[in-house]
Design a protein around this ligand. Structure first.
Ligand SMILES: [Zn+2]
Length: 310
């Protein structure tokens, strides 16, 4: 599952490629799971919107959209401007003719909205040439004015597409790259749960997943099973710095390519080569040579050095 550094890498790659482009039409597949907002709402929101920015919030990719009369005029063919409105959701599974045409009369006021993508386990956003073969498990295709297509592909269908129109999207939790050490201590020191579980709790920090929780705890010298409330404030303060450091290093290396993660350009990340404990069960600790242990906490594998972490 992509975590914060992988999602950040993907969002940056997408930002480079689609910022400023205009979504001309949208095709949505038949599968219900990937659509968190109603299909017609997604289609209406995306149609003829300009992609203003692409950014990460927690593990979400947020595309800020803007619609205004200028955009609508620039991309809307005359035949559609006066035409009757058409149903937003396609009933066809075929890609021909299945693109949602523009709603007839939405071209007056400038409005902003957001398209929110959560990649789940196996979700991918791909910028493709229209002639590229449409991959199996493609759930959405946005045709862009530049002639390319932005496609959402997700074999396991844990990923989610949604739109925010009336209020700005707000992910739960605090950005781990922005949180101040004092706030971090305040957030964690009263918790009775294992520190590992608390780090994974998206209502506290957003975007920290299994890999980066294990790596941060190793660097901070804290065992994953330690109750958060038993950890001294000074150690929590150090942990907050290590979380940031690990995430920044991982972003710099394009994330960790475990399983089949690749970025928006189809390239792998390299932070997996820097993992000190994650996925290293039985291998010698890089600091003290003690074999790395693996335990399961709240259903998730946790890796740690029994010597270096207390
Ligand atoms: Zn060690």
């Amino acid at each position: 599952m992509p975590e914060l550094p992988e999602v950040e890498t993907i969002a940056r790659g997408l930002a480079k490629r689609v910022t400023g482009d205009i979504i001309e039409s949208v095709w949505l597949g038949q599968k219900k799971e990937p659509l968190k907002s109603p299909a017609n709402e997604i289609a209406t929101t995306l149609d003829h919107s300009r992609i203003v920015t692409v950014r990460r919030m927690g593990k979400h990719i947020v595309l800020d959209l803007e619609r205004d009369s200028k955009v609508a005029r620039a991309v809307m063919p005359a035949s559609r401007r006066s035409g009757k409105s058409t149903p937003a959701k396609s009933v066809s599974t075929s890609l021909d003719n299945a693109f949602h045409p523009a709603p007839a009369d939405k071209s007056v006021r400038a409005t902003s909205a957001q398209w929110i993508v959560h990649l789940g386990m196996t979700g991918r956003l791909q910028v493709c040439d229209p002639n590229d073969e449409v991959a199996r498990h493609t759930h959405a295709i946005a045709k862009l004015a530049s002639g390319r297509e932005l496609r959402f592909v997700d074999p396991r269908r844990f990923g989610r597409l949604s739109v925010a129109t009336s209020a700005e999207f707000d992910a739960t939790g605090i950005e781990p790259l922005e949180i101040e050490a004092d706030r971090f201590v305040e957030l964690f020191h009263g918790r009775k749960t294992p520190i590992k579980s608390a780090l994974l709790n998206q209502k506290l920090l957003r975007g920290v997943g299994n890999i980066y929780a294990d790596e941060s705890l190793f660097r901070a010298g804290i065992r994953p099973r330690r109750r958060a409330s038993s950890i001294k404030r000074e150690q929590l303060r150090r942990l907050s710095l290590e979380v940031k450091e690990v995430l920044k290093e991982a972003i710099a290396l394009g994330g960790s390519s475990v399983s089949d993660y690749v970025n928006a350009d189809g390239e792998e990340g390299f932070f997996q080569l820097e993992h000190r404990v994650y996925g290293r069960e039985g291998e010698p600790c890089l600091v003290c040579k003690t074999p790395i242990k693996r335990v399961v906490i709240a259903g998730r594998s946790s890796h740690y050095c029994p010597q270096c972490q207390k």
